[in-house]
Design a protein. Structure first.
Ligand SMILES: Cc1cc2nc3c(=O)[nH]c(=O)nc-3n(C[C@H](O)[C@H](O)[C@H](O)COP(=O)(O)OP(=O)(O)OC[C@H]3O[C@@H](n4cnc5c(N)ncnc54)[C@H](O)[C@@H]3O)c2cc1C
Length: 313
């Protein structure tokens, strides 16, 4: 049986590990952090079909998987009604016909200052329960998680024929990749049960996602900032922007915050590298603000690469 080690326990690592278990591979995950301490745990996290080409294909595969998970109890995947608005005309979303509901918003329904919008039903992933769900599935399938901080992938090369590198920002050191950089994000979670619909404005990067643990407000997008401290001015900026859309947020109690460093890169790195004569690495990192949206699609390609490399279960 082929031994495969996945590095990383965020959404990329856990999804790849589960996908490879579907092909009957025996998987060990090695990770510095457990799921709750990863960037993945700090995310929103809505599925949204950005991009073209390969990115679009990855998003499409993930949409199918998340749609299947919506009715699964404890999966942490739910469906929300989302208003996506813009101060300028929007193109018809390429995924319009792949969603159960997606329509152009009537002008009268647009919030003040917006010129166009779509209202749609999309999967929303609640990262804490979702990551726990993936971890439980992985362990029930016989997978093992070892908590360990690696300084180099070479540390694993002697015992492994195949490493899947899902180390997010950690790839800067582990894959010696200077192209990877942090994109700091912060969110605020409030108690506002009257808010039932999601909202997203990519122009000002403002979003509102009603979740089971409160309403998740964002966002912040700060390239090359790596502070994990909650910033009070970011908090008031988020609250101010979201209150313009939903007035009840002004009075809402704050339930919590998250701060996370998205693994930024000019493009996702999903490719093989020969580490030694007997050890191949498949890199899968650099998903920036789309790690959930791309997770199942990237895991599909990783599984395909493992197949091509003739790693038989
Ligand atoms: C505020 C915020 C909102 C977001 N909203 C969305 C959204 O709505 N939709 C969406 O699709 N995406 C969203 N994202 C982006 C998404 O969260 C990331 O793209 C995704 O979490 C990246 O996952 P990952 O598994 O690749 O990396 P990570 O979650 O960072 O996991 C990396 C793993 O590698 C391990 N590791 C790193 N270095 C080492 C080492 N040296 N040794 C051992 N292990 C190591 C870590 O411990 C960790 O387990 C958001 C992100 C933030 C911060």
């Amino acid at each position: 049986m082929a031994q495969i080690t996945v590095v990383g326990c965020g959404v990329s690592g856990l999804t790849c590990a589960l996908r490879l278990q579907e092909e009957n591979h025996e998987i060990t995950i090695i990770s510095r952090d457990l799921p709750a301490e990863t960037t993945s745990s700090a995310a929103g996290a809505v599925w949204y079909g950005y991009g073209t080409g390969k990115v679009r294909q990855w998003a499409q595969v993930s949409l199918q998987r998340f749609t299947q998970l919506i009715p699964v109890a404890d999966s942490g995947v739910v469906e929300i009604r989302l208003r996506e608005v813009s101060p300028s005309p929007l193109q018809v979303p390429w995924f319009k016909d792949e969603l159960p509901f997606c329509e152009r918003m009537p002008q009268a329904d647009l919030p003040q200052g917006y010129a166009d919008g779509y209202i749609m039903d999309v999967p929303l992933v609640e990262p804490p329960p979702y990551l726990q769900y993936l971890k439980t599935q992985f362990e029930q399938n016989g997978g093992r998680i070892v908590q360990r901080n690696l300084h180099s992938l070479d540390e694993l090369a002697t015992d492994n024929t195949m490493i899947i590198n899902c180390s997010g920002l950690g790839a800067r050191e582990l894959a010696h990749d200077d192209h990877i950089f942090p994109i700091r994000g912060q969110t605020v979670r409030v108690d506002a049960p009257d808010i039932q619909q999601g909202f997203m404005d990519d122009d000002s990067f403002t979003y509102i996602f009603p979740r089971s643990d409160g309403v998740f407000l964002g966002g912040i997008l700060q390239p090359n900032q790596d502070s994990l401290t909650i910033d009070a001015s970011d908090t008031s900026d988020i609250l101010q922007r979201c209150t313009k859309i939903e007035a009840s947020i002004q009075q809402a109690n704050i339930l919590g915050y998250t701060v996370g460093l998205r693994p930024g890169r000019h493009a996702v790195r999903l490719e093989t590298e020969q580490l030694t004569d007997s050890c191949t690495v498949i890199h899968n990192y650099g998903h920036a603000g789309l790690g959930f949206t791309l997770s199942w699609g990237c895991a599909e390609d990783v599984a395909e690469l493992v197949g091509w490399l003739n790693i038989t279960p």
